[in-house]
Ligand binder design. Structure first.
Ligand code: PLP
Length: 426
């Protein structure tokens, strides 16, 4: 099939008629397929089941510093969990705090603390300022944006380029506006485009001049070890870059095992400079007596080392890769050459990002829902849920079975074509 833009009105009408018939056939099947969230499949979760049996009554529950993991204490996690996870974020064990089950929780709380108390080098708590702004590279992760909305932090959308956020704009804005206190970054296999930031972008973020003296980068390395190929993307170390640029307190790093062990029952972590960690510990000690150390011990016993984590991630990749390939095959065969959509080809992470013609994403998501295929809400990948070009759709191939995935993407492709033809015929 050729470029839709070269077809005559008659040809488009005729083609639409055939597509509509196919769509109606899917509709009559009363499908119930959900591709909306990036969750691991049951098969992936099974990979870590053995962990559940690793701590039994009669076992030794002591961490290596003698702390009884069943009891209170150990605000920042057990030492062996720090040693296990520090290399995953490429930091030293003394630069990491091991928390509870959710890195999003740690990000939320870090912002809440900054709003109420400021960060270690703030003059006043952020919430006492007339306005607080964050830069939000988009498309990005909807739950980051939700945190900003919750705290009334104004978001400024920054375009994502193939090697990270548009740094010319970032540098200009942060140098001019004191109210800009932070930026969200998913630097490796970004959600949803699968982009990994270039060394140049990392260096520019670390060294740029900011008008706010207490500006922070929220570096959400959620997909640090989530490679789909055997050629892992390399990401320059931001903490080192910030130290070298003379801005040691600029970055908070976050990560978790949510998509390594169990989503919602994994282990989360944050890393930063000593200045930031001291400040965090002080405030954290009023918030909790300590995290779930038994779960940390379970993770240490199961994974043992970063090599253990990497071997485990290779087993995840073996399940995920064919699903990503299937989605890409169908997108290529159904939409390729028609000039109505473009899509990412991620080397890791959890998502494929699809761009339709401008003004079509909402209609595509609605039409797919009409045939029983639930996609991530159009607009979700932009601040305030508003995609200015109404074109981005995040596809999450991990959870459905191969058969469900195949059907869901076929339906999606029909919808993209139908909505595009409707637009072209207007
Ligand atoms: N950060 C990103 C970029 C994500 O995509 C997700 C989940 O999809 C999370 C954080 C959630 O992490 P956690 O389960 O550790 O709270």
């Amino acid at each position: 099939m050729s470029d839709f833009h070269t077809l005559s009105t008659e040809e488009l009408h005729e083609y639409r008629f055939r597509l509509q018939e196919q769509y109606n056939r899917f509709r009559s099947q009363k499908l119930k397929l959900d591709m909306s969230r990036g969750k691991p499949s049951p098969e992936q979760l099974d990979l870590a089941n053995e962990m559940l049996g690793l701590i039994r009554s009669g076992d030794d529950f002591l961490a290596k510093n003698g702390v009884d993991t069943r009891n209170y204490g150990g605000l920042e996690g057990i030492p062996e969990a720090k040693e296990l996870f520090a290399p995953m974020l490429e930091v030293h064990p003394e630069e990491i705090i091991i928390g509870g089950n959710s890195s999003l929780n740690m990000m939320h709380d870090t912002i809440a603390r900054a709003m109420l108390h400021g960060v270690c080098d703030s003059e006043i708590p952020w919430a006492k300022l007339p306005v607080v702004k964050f830069l939000a590279p988009a498309p990005g992760y909807d739950r980051h944006f939700a945190i900003c909305e919750l705290f009334g932090i104004e978001m400024i959308t920054i375009d994502m380029l193939p090697d990270g956020p548009d740094m010319d704009t970032v540098e200009r804005l942060v140098s001019e506006d004191e109210a800009i206190k932070g930026i969200w970054c998913v630097p490796r296999y970004s959600n949803p485009e699968g982009i990994t930031y270039s060394d140049e972008v990392v260096d520019r973020l670390a060294s740029m001049k900011t008008k706010a003296g207490d500006f922070r980068i929220f570096w959400d390395d959620a997909y640090a070890v989530h490679h789909l190929t055997d050629r892992p993307a390399s990401l320059k170390n931001i903490l080192t870059a910030c130290k070298e640029a003379g801005n040691p307190n600029r970055v908070f790093l976050f990560g978790s095992t949510s998509k390594i062990s169990f989503s919602g029952s994994g282990v989360a972590m944050m890393a930063s400079s000593q200045g930031n960690l001291d400040w965090t510990r002080k405030l954290l000690s009023a918030e909790t007596i300590g995290p779930d150390k038994i779960n940390q011990l379970r993770h240490v016993r199961f994974f043992k080392s970063l090599d253990g984590i990497m071997e485990h991630m290779a087993r995840h990749a073996a399940i995920l890769r064919p699903k990503f390939e299937r989605v890409l095959e169908i997108l290529d065969s159904e939409l390729g050459g028609k000039s109505i959509a473009s899509w990412s080809r991620p080397q890791g992470g959890y998502f494929i990002s699809l761009n339709t013609l401008d003004g079509c994403a909402k209609a595509v998501v609605e039409m797919a829902a009409g045939a029983g295929v639930v996609l991530t809400k159009a607009g979700a990948t932009y601040p305030y849920g508003i995609d200015p070009r109404d074109r981005n759709i995040r596809l999450a191939p991990s959870y459905p079975s191969m058969e469900e995935l195949t059907t869901a993407i076929q339906v999606l492709c029909l919808c993209v074509q139908l909505v595009s033809i409707n637009k072209l015929l207007k």
